[in-house]
Write a protein that binds this ligand. Structure first.
Ligand SMILES: CC(C)(COP(=O)(O)OP(=O)(O)OC[C@H]1O[C@@H](n2cnc3c(N)ncnc32)[C@H](O)[C@@H]1OP(=O)(O)O)[C@@H](O)C(=O)NCCC(=O)NCCS
Length: 234
């Protein structure tokens, strides 16, 4: 079994740990985290250092893969770039929880996580480094671009196109044949009945445009480290 690390020891990191343990394909050696104290135990696994310690940790523990468990789409992208800069040969692994349902002809990219009870319906294409959270349902022929995410309880009709870095928040519903541009945010509980332009915040039922956003705008409660991670990319 290959030895792997999880980057990000927050709540999302523990969900990814649970998924990897239940899959049984990898041995998780520990976490790395830019902000948590080295030596801290998270679900009995140690925070072994930060991304800067990767060369040492890879050698010491014979690590060949990593999964970046950061919920904010832009922060995840910045951290993945940083890690690949430090260790270009590190394999970016994927985790699909055993209780997720994957339809015929579905393609799932590297670094993506599919959480418990998620449904990915036939012929959908999921890019790299996406998140499909608990009990989300992506309709048939959906496309999720790299670094996009759907939160728990999201339900989309067929033929969704979700742009790069865009996030659909908790429990939102999206009718069929909708295109959502890049860097956009659909607020929790929304009902989306028309296309959404790039870099937009929309919410409500039906969802209406609220304001424009830029990639460094946080959208998750407790997203305290997002701004400092964001600065790494500027
Ligand atoms: C969209 C979101 C970021 C809030 O956006 P915001 O514009 O900063 O919202 P504010 O908190 O400033 O609220 C502004 C107004 O919009 C309303 N509002 C906020 N979010 C709303 C939503 N999702 N649907 C409807 N109305 C909403 C507020 O009640 C407030 O109304 P008021 O002016 O009448 O008091 C937030 O609702 C959201 O969806 N976050 C993502 C949550 C999530 O999915 N987390 C994932 C966990 S895995």
């Amino acid at each position: 079994m290959k030895n792997v690390l999880i980057a990000g020891a927050s709540g999302h990191g523990t969900m990814v740990l649970d998924s990897l343990i239940k899959e049984g394909r990898y041995k998780v050696i520990g976490f790395i985290d830019s902000y948590k104290r080295k030596g801290k135990l998270v679900n009995d696994l140690e925070v072994l250092g930060t991304e800067n310690d990767l060369p040492y940790l890879m050698n010491k523990y014979n690590i060949s893969g990593i999964i970046v468990a950061i919920g904010n789409n832009w922060s995840r992208k910045v951290m993945i770039e940083k890690i690949l800069n430090i260790e270009p040969k590190l394999e970016m692994i994927t985790s699909i929880h055993p209780s997720a349902t994957i339809g015929l002809g579905v393609k799932i990219g590297k670094g993506t996580v599919v959480m418990p009870g998620a449904f990915v319906n036939s012929n959908s294409i999921i890019g790299d480094f996406c998140i499909l959270n608990t009990n989300s349902s992506l309709g048939h022929d959906g496309q999720m671009s790299d670094f996009s995410s759907i939160s728990s309880g999201v339900c989309t009709g067929g033929n969704l196109f979700l742009g790069k870095y865009s996030a659909i928040s908790l429990g939102a519903n999206i009718i069929e044949n909708i295109t959502i541009g890049a860097h956009s945010l659909i607020g929790a509980g929304s009902l989306v009945i028309e296309d959404v332009l790039s870099s937009s915040v929309v919410y409500g039922s039906p969802a209406r445009f609220v304001r424009q956003r830029n990639p460094c705008d946080p959208y998750l409660n407790g997203d305290n480290n997002h701004l400092s991670i964001c600065k790494l990319s500027i």
